[in-house]
Design a protein around this ligand. Structure first.
Ligand code: ADP
Length: 387
């Protein structure tokens, strides 16, 4: 076991002191806040360090601006009613100068409207007055959490890891929702909420399975995405026969096509091959063909055409589906972008597939383009250099 002295030292080592500037013309409020926060510490399991606080005080807006410039506080607790310039003006100053500070307005319940306006002007939070010591501490905990996440986001972004951070947020968000749903369905079943008739549980099982399928697809997409970069370096390129890859992809997707009575045709006069990595090519075909089925209408069709000239192999995937509006045709290649309208609202997806496809194609110095007419269909054309 760690001796207490050492434990203390360890805690101290990971402690950061945040400067809080309290701007209020009532000395009682300022000293009260200082007293409450003197020994307060904030720690969350996900934070790498704990935080305590040093309190700075200003009685007027003018004084506060001077302190902001000199001491660069991490947090400002700002009363709006001040003798000279108002709190909201201080807030505007901080935002205009892009000073990196979390600002929380201290407002009475009566001026809630002002708090709402202040939030629009860049305040992160507001602390209703009067507050108990406990309420103040909770607000400070939240503000600290906010500040910590903001710093982490910035750090990750600076390190070029924004994408990974986005993955984390998508993962936590997109996987949490289905997990909660499945847990809910299982609990309903455990408590026999649908009665004794076993058939009554089919719908709960069906819904759980749909949610699991969605999670699996998301995980597979994320894996594909993270693989792109490093596999490139480690894998050798071979002559890959695209006719075979197309046929395999069609076989994989056929069960879904049958459910919607969609016919898939492959048009290829001659074998078409490129120097590539097989799994990269599979990702391209799987995504384009499964989208052509997924965003198609019942009884629709999908036509895949393979051709080549001296330099390029050309893949065309054409569908008779819902199409994509002109102003969204470029965005669909961005990570996590999904078209949101009545026609897509029942269709699940991660918004990653096409960005993965595009990234891979660019690695091969190829091109992808789309032409589409809403309600008529879409055609995706891929050009890949043969060597
Ligand atoms: P996902 O299908 O997982 O949402 P994608 O990156 O594969 O992600 O596609 C991004 C978006 O582009 C989809 O959400 C959909 O709105 C649109 N889209 C892709 N392919 C088609 C298609 N063949 N027809 C109509 N819309 C499509």
């Amino acid at each position: 076991m760690t001796p207490p002295a050492l434990r203390y030292a360890v805690t101290l080592f990971n402690m950061e002191t945040l400067k809080i500037l309290v701007v209020d013309d009532e000395p009682g409020i300022r000293s009260g806040i200082a007293r409450i926060l003197k020994y307060h510490q904030v720690s969350y399991p996900f934070m790498e360090e704990d935080f305590n606080f040093q309190i700075l005080e200003a009685a007027t807006g003018e004084d506060s601006i001077e302190i902001v410039e000199k001491q660069k506080p991490d947090i400002i607790l700002l009363d709006n009613k001040l003798p000279g310039i108002q709190g909201i003006d201080v807030l505007k100053y901080v935002r205009e100068k892009q000073i990196d500070t979390v600002v929380a307005m201290i407002t009475s319940y009566a001026s809630l409207e002002l708090a709402v306006q202040a939030t629009g002007d860049g305040a992160s939070d507001f602390i209703p007055k009067p507050f108990t010591p406990q309420e103040l501490k909770i607000s400070i905990d939240n503000i600290t959490k906010h500040l910590y996440l903001r710093r982490i986001t910035r750090k990750l972004r600076q390190e070029g890891k924004q994408l990974r951070f986005q993955f984390l947020s998508v993962l936590s968000h997109e996987l949490k929702a289905p997990l909660n749903a499945i847990e809910g369905y299982l609990k309903m079943m455990q408590e026999r909420q649908a009665g004794k008739d076993i058939a009554a549980y089919d719908q709960l099982i069906e819904r759980s399975l749909t949610r699991i399928k969605g999670m699996r697809n998301l995980i597979m997409d994320l894996l594909d995405f993270t693989k792109i970069g490093w596999e490139r370096k480690t894998k050798k390129l071979y002559q890959v026969n695209l006719n075979e890859i197309a046929r395999m992809a069609i076989n994989t997707i056929q069960p879904y096509a049958i459910q919607k009575n969609i016919q898939i045709f492959l048009h290829a006069q001659l074998p078409v091959s490129v120097m590539a990595n097989t799994s990269d090519m599979e990702i391209i075909f799987n995504n384009l063909i499964s989208n052509a089925v997924k965003y198609n209408y019942e009884d629709g069709r999908v036509d895949i055409e393979l051709t080549s000239n001296d330099k390029f192999a050309i893949i065309r995937v054409e569908d008779t589906g819902i199409g994509i509006a002109p102003d969204e045709q470029q965005s669909i290649f961005h990570e996590f972008f999904r078209v949101k309208n009545d026609k897509t609202k029942e269709i699940t997806g991660s918004g990653l597939g096409l960005s993965i496809v595009k990234k891979i194609i660019e690695l091969y110095k190829g091109e992808i383009s789309v032409s589409s007419t809403p309600d008529i269909g879409s055609t995706f054309t891929v050009k890949l250099p043969k060597n």
